[in-house]
Design a protein around this ligand. Structure first.
Ligand SMILES: [Zn+2]
Length: 263
């Protein structure tokens, strides 16, 4: 089960792993906390954007071979203009949800599915969106309640990301490298590096499904990502990264279900 904050987060962070596991015959379930109705788009933020983004989520899930999509239905908390918590957020904003209550709802889906593995986010919430930080809290607690044996925090190895962004800046000078310098996780914290190069086409299809987030200005992350020339795209997106807590430092595993050798 892959738990994400908004439609399109799965495309950027875990799409290749999802396609790989589906290909291996696993039942893959995609859960989002919100419909992303306050994302950047040509459509005005609100209910219509939420509906459009959920439709895009289903198209992405189909491209990745998901068996089921679940929306927990919280309000998209949005992002304040310079980052952090937006003040004008909806009453049911995900960041204002009681962690125990939200985790209980996610745990019910984990139990119903008999999930063996749950992905959440790193404690920093990747690039720091408050809903992503909440995914870390709610996801971790839900796995405790449901007794889910494997919890992986989906993240990005900051080192190749920065390298890729610097390369891409030659073509897209408006890319802000500084915005990525403290994001995600340093290489030494990563326990799983999953090679998803074979699934690059499906990952790209998943990204392309989120058209509302990919059109228009080049300042939108997904729009920029889709325009990255293919060889650089493969360099940056050929791997997906996870942190499994409690493993010895220096652990380097290649598959979500792989365990470190006993030593
Ligand atoms: Zn998000």
């Amino acid at each position: 089960m892959f738990f994400h904050a908004h439609p399109d987060d799965e495309a950027l962070l875990t799409a290749g792993t999802m396609a790989m596991l589906a290909d291996e015959g696993h039942r893959v379930v995609l859960v989002v906390a919100t419909s992303g109705e306050r994302g950047q788009a040509d459509l005005a933020p609100g209910e219509a954007l939420g509906t459009a983004r959920i439709a895009e989520l289903y198209r992405s899930a189909a491209a990745l071979g998901c068996a089921r999509v679940v929306n927990l239905g919280y309000g998209d908390s949005g992002l304040a203009p310079g980052g952090g918590e937006a003040e004008d957020r909806p009453d049911n904003a995900f960041i204002d949800a009681d962690v125990e209550e939200a985790a209980g709802r996610l745990a019910a889906v984990l139990t119903e599915e008999g999930a063996e593995l749950l992905t959440t986010y790193d404690p920093a919430g990747g690039y720091g969106h408050p809903d992503h930080v909440q995914v870390h809290r709610v996801g971790g607690r839900a796995a405790e309640i449901a007794g889910t044996p494997i919890v992986l925090e989906a993240t990005v190895d900051r080192d190749p990301l920065l390298k890729g962004i610097r390369l891409a800046r030659r073509f897209y000078p408006q890319l802000d490298v500084r915005a990525f310098e403290r994001a995600y996780s340093p290489g030494e914290a990563i326990t799983h590096r999953v090679n998803v190069r074979r699934f690059a086409r499906r990952k790209r299809a998943s990204m392309a499904a989120h058209a509302s987030q990919a059109t228009g200005a080049d300042t939108r992350t997904l729009g920029v990502m889709l325009k990255i020339p293919r060889p650089i795209y493969r360099l940056v997106f050929g791997t997906e990264w996870y942190v499994r807590r409690g493993l010895p430092p220096g652990t380097r595993l290649r598959h979500p279900f792989e365990l470190p050798p006993r030593g």
